[in-house]
Design a binder for this molecule. Structure first.
Ligand code: PRX
Length: 646
């Protein structure tokens, strides 16, 4: 680990929103008097009815209950659009940059208002009502933003499914939240290729019978099949539709959206976020952590299919009246200079991306970045996985040219917004550390037995002591699972699932997941999901999946597969299994390495010893530890001999 400390750049400190002293004072207030602090912060958004009750939360197992601003009323789309019309109607809300470098569009707040209202009216005509769930399966086109905001306008609950997920994964998510309407496009574009979104929806709907209407946005214009009575073209449905839609009054605790994410067991969970607390928190964190100032051009490279896209492409920035850039493409198309060309083209001031992209671009060669101007950049963000110090230093030197502040933001789908992060003008940074907690966030490090580590220097699992406004409220349809996943193991705390180290200066260093969740290129995946897709293949009898260090992806997917008797291992079969997982879950879950194993290391009670599998996958089999409790210790020799990571 690098032990260098970087002071906030002088130019940033001289005009920052938050100095070190201000951070210290506000942080102290936020934890000593959360009611007072959040009552004040709630004023940053427009309420139809101001909340008088601020915080009503308990982490007490099993009666966990989280309510913020519970008697307040508001509408998210009004906060993200209407309230900016008075002063900034003709300013750009969204800059859309297409997959091809010569395609872009500037959408003003006035245009956004009209388009979102029309979208909302079309959804209403399709029968969508307050509280209904709408599944959105769109590429990174402006319609994705319109669709999400339109849901919030009428009080519908969106569930955005990343366009890279397979029909099977999409069907599971549609069924779980019982959506009657799906919004999609004919096709998506990414890196010069097309993604058959509508065809995927058709396939998914063979297994999702509750869907009555599919609203289809024409994007590439290529031929697709439309099913009479069910499928509706957006441009046809929107013709002649009113450009005003009255916003629904929503209670602060009404559901805003569901977003599925992987856990260590079972199928993905529908993380449920609600309206008031989420909006207050995402807008505050966006402003403070990015030192955002009116007029800044802000670009988060995530996809709206992930929480980063929800909180920091859409809701946080638009609530602040920002100009937010939405990018349809990928970092290396047409070549590895694309990100930097887009920064120069749109004069981006704040840039937010993931370590996996930084590492990939770093590997492509410095010439791609060094040729760009990049003088507009001021703040650089990182999210999704621990950033290794080498990548941090490269980001700082080649992208930031040594004059930008770097904010490494630790948070999760469940947390809704930033939890541990530097503030650009306040926090000295250490490459690889997410540094210090945001306002209202009280991290604690616990040991395996649940003892809180009181020394500053500590290592263990990362828990959070008290609630913050953007915390998820439940797992959709399964509150018990919410309570048992996050509040059962360490009573009285929210358990993040991450390991963490706190150094002598009180800086937090996230060390990665401590459960069976992988983080592959910043995408979160349960090993159990990949295992169940593998064993669903008729030639596979058993499978165990672990992660291993991967230079670009952070973690790679390593699969141990035991075949049905009579099946022969072959390269051909590996290819077949790879394609199978891609088809079952999506390309992001594609196995990097497959090892055919005649047997898996199990205890006498039949439990797979993952510790051993991880060590072999890491090519670190010199330190396997005690293998004497295995039912058949000889399987380990075979695993080592035939290991796939050499
Ligand atoms: O392991 C942590 C890692 O990503 C997990 C959350 O994944 P997800 O819910 O998909 O949300 C990703 C975007 C917020 C965490 O449990 N993670 C996220 N950000 C960081 C990180 N690990 C280290 N440093 C980060 N900055």
């Amino acid at each position: 680990m690098s032990s260098d400390i970087y002071q906030p750049p002088k130019d940033i400190v001289s005009r920052t929103l938050t100095t070190k002293d201000q951070y210290d004072a506000l942080y102290a207030q936020s934890v000593n008097d959360p009611e007072g602090f959040w009552k004040e912060q709630a004023k940053r958004i427009d309420w139809m009815k101001e909340p008088t009750k601020i915080k009503n939360t308990t982490f007490e197992y099993p009666d966990v209950s989280i309510k913020w601003f519970e008697d307040g009323e508001l509408n998210v789309s009004v906060n993200c659009i209407d309230r900016h019309l008075k002063d900034r109607a003709d300013e750009t809300a969204i800059i859309w940059e297409g997959d091809e470098p010569d395609t872009d569009e500037h959408i003003t707040y006035a245009q956004l208002h009209r388009r979102v209202c029309r979208f909302a009216n079309v959804l209403k005509e399709l029968g969508v009502k307050k509280g209904d769930r709408v599944t959105i399966y769109l590429p990174m086109i402006p319609e994705a933003a319109y669709a999400m905001l339109a849901c919030t306008r009428i009080g519908a609950v969106h569930s955005v499914v990343f366009g890279g997920f397979s029909p099977e994964a999409l069907a599971g998510r549609i069924n779980d939240c019982d959506s009657a309407v799906v919004v999609t496009a004919d096709e998506g574009r990414r890196g010069g290729k097309t993604v058959p979104l509508k065809a995927n929806v058709d396939e998914a709907l063979k297994h999702a019978h509750g869907v009555e209407k599919v609203l289809v946005v024409e994007n590439t214009g290529n031929d697709i099949k439309m099913k009479g009575g069910r499928d509706v073209w957006w441009h046809e449905a929107a013709t002649g539709v009113d450009e005003f839609c009255k916003p629904e009054r929503m209670n602060a605790e009404d559901p805003l959206f569901i977003l599925y994410t992987s856990g260590s067991t079972g199928t993905p969970k529908g993380v449920l976020h609600t309206t008031g607390g989420y909006l207050v928190y995402t807008s505050l964190t966006h402003e403070v952590t990015f030192d955002y100032k009116q007029g800044d051009i802000y670009w988060c490279t995530a996809d709206v299919g992930w929480v980063t896209g929800h909180s920091y492409i859409l809701y946080g920035p638009l609530a602040n009246g920002a100009t937010t850039l939405m990018f349809e493409g990928v970092p290396n198309y047409p070549d590895a200079s694309r990100f930097w060309q887009v920064c120069d083209k749109h004069k981006v001031n704040i840039f937010y991306t993931a370590p996996t992209a930084i590492r990939a671009l770093m590997g492509a060669g410095d010439e791609y970045v060094d040729g760009a101007d990049l003088s507009s950049l001021r703040i650089l963000g990182s999210v999704g996985e621990p950033i290794n110090p080498e990548a941090w230093e490269w980001y700082n030197k080649h992208v930031g040219r040594g004059k930008c502040a770097i904010v490494d933001t630790w948070w999760q789908t469940e947390t809704g917004g930033f939890m541990i992060t530097p503030l650009p003008g306040a926090t000295p940074t250490k490459p690889g550390s997410a540094t210090m907690p945001f306002y209202g966030v009280q991290p604690e490090i616990l040991d395996q037995e649940g003892n809180v580590q009181t020394d500053t220097k500590a290592e263990g699992v990362l828990c959070i002591k008290d609630s913050w406004p953007a915390q998820m409220r439940t797992v959709y349809g399964d509150h018990k699972r919410f309570v048992s996943t996050y509040f059962e193991t360490y009573k009285g705390y929210y358990f993040s699932g991450d390991g963490c180290r706190r150094d002598e200066d009180g800086y937090y260093w996230i060390t990665g997941r401590v459960d069976d969740v992988l983080n592959v290129s910043g995408h979160r995946m349960g090993t159990a999901e990949i295992e169940s897709s593998l064993v669903a293949h008729d030639k596979v009898s058993e499978a165990a999946v672990v992660g291993y260090p991967h230079d670009v992806k952070g973690q790679g997917v390593y699969c141990y597969v035991t075949l049905m008797s009579g099946e022969e291992p072959s390269e051909e079969l590996k290819k077949e299994l790879r394609n199978w997982v891609r088809k079952e879950i999506g390309p992001i879950a594609s196995p990097d390495l497959i090892q055919f194993a005649p047997g898996l290391p199990k205890t006498r009670s039949g439990k797979i010893m993952r510790r051993i599998l991880r060590k072999v996958a890491e090519n670190d089999f010199g330190s396997l530890g005690d293998t004497s409790t295995l039912a058949d210790p000889s399987v380990v020799d075979d695993l080592i001999e035939n290991r796939a990571n050499r």
